[in-house]
Write a protein that binds this ligand. Structure first.
Ligand SMILES: [Zn+2]
Length: 309
């Protein structure tokens, strides 16, 4: 078995980003520390390729140490989460490229418009159907052959599901892409988040219109499954970091958090972390966390339920 340490080598920047550590800390130059702040006390040198860093405020460490400090998760949970991100395709197969400054807004707008123009709202529905979801949610479309990039080089074109990521005012700010390939008779996916102009804070893929009840989940498939199972309009927050810091619109009175059932409790931890934060939001009347009764996410639960009936 390949160790987490081996798998993560050369992918630390991508991993850090998924835990909400911003690119500005990862330039290799002296910057403020994502954990303890300051002006220039922190430097990620990645000398051994293990996400190594040095901070004169909170000390040196490896990538896992930094994530533990920033998220408050235990070592075991961090390793588990990294494994899931890599094995689940959330961390692309690309090796680290030197941190680049945020892309300019015109570039992102151009890519977005082009991608959406070439996409269709119907053609890829069979992917969602293969996951037990019969109706296409809003802000989802399908691209017949979207370029897949590694190290800035296109390595092929694959059909992709596109999700429009919107900020708290409803403006589209980035795209989430689920590339699909058929391997051994199964649809394999690789998920990629397009870097936004600004850090992606309080964003979601707004899959359904909501009334005073809104559900939130991590992935698109999980959120759509929650809707399919419970009829609760559920938005996808893309990753745990965004989920944990989600702030529902003030029209929402009842928040339902659809967490994953992870064997080592990382999914549950994120769901309850959001519940704790939401308990301080005065406009919410009820907050509920729902975890599937079996190990997996709500899409696994939906698929199992369909098999059983
Ligand atoms: Zn520090």
């Amino acid at each position: 078995m390949v160790s987490t340490r081996e798998k993560a080598k050369g992918r630390w920047r991508e991993i850090f980003r998924l835990f909400g550590i911003e690119d500005r800390h990862l330039t290799g130059k002296h910057t403020s520390c994502p954990n303890c702040g300051g002006a220039d006390r922190f430097r990620m040198d990645n000398r051994k390729g293990d996400g190594d860093y040095f901070c004169s405020g909170c000390g040196p460490g490896y990538g896992t140490d930094l994530i533990m400090k920033v998220t408050g998760l235990s070592f075991t949970d961090v390793v588990k989460r990294i494994d899931e991100l890599i094995d689940g395709g959330e961390v692309g197969m690309s090796k680290d490229v030197p941190a680049e400054p945020a892309k300019d807004i015109e570039y992102i707008r151009k890519v977005t418009v082009k991608t959406l123009k070439e996409s269709s709202s119907k053609d890829g529905l069979c992917y969602l159907q293969s996951r037990g979801i019969d109706e296409k949610p809003r802000d989802i479309c399908f691209h017949p052959a979207l370029g897949f990039y590694q190290d800035k080089k296109e390595i092929g074109k694959f059909p992709a599901m596109i999700g429009v990521i919107r900020d708290d005012r409803g403006n589209g700010v980035a795209l989430h892409r689920t590339y699909m390939a058929v391997k051994d008779g199964k649809i394999r996916t690789s998920k990629k988040l397009m870097p936004g102009v600004a850090p992606l804070n309080n964003v979601a893929i707004r899959l359904y219109d909501h009334g005073d009840t809104l559900g939130v989940a991590e992935g698109i498939e999980t959120a759509a499954s929650a809707y399919e199972l419970f009829g609760i309009p559920t938005w996808a927050c893309i990753n745990t970091k965004i989920l944990e810091t989600f702030i529902p619109p003030e029209a929402v009175k009842h928040l339902v958090i659809f967490g994953d059932n992870d064997e080592k409790f990382a999914g549950q931890f994120s769901a309850y972390k959001l519940a704790v934060a939401a308990s301080k939001m005065t406009w919410l009347e009820t907050i509920e966390v729902r975890i599937p009764s079996m190990v997996g996410d709500w899409n696994d639960f939906l698929m199992q339920k369909k098999l059983d009936t």
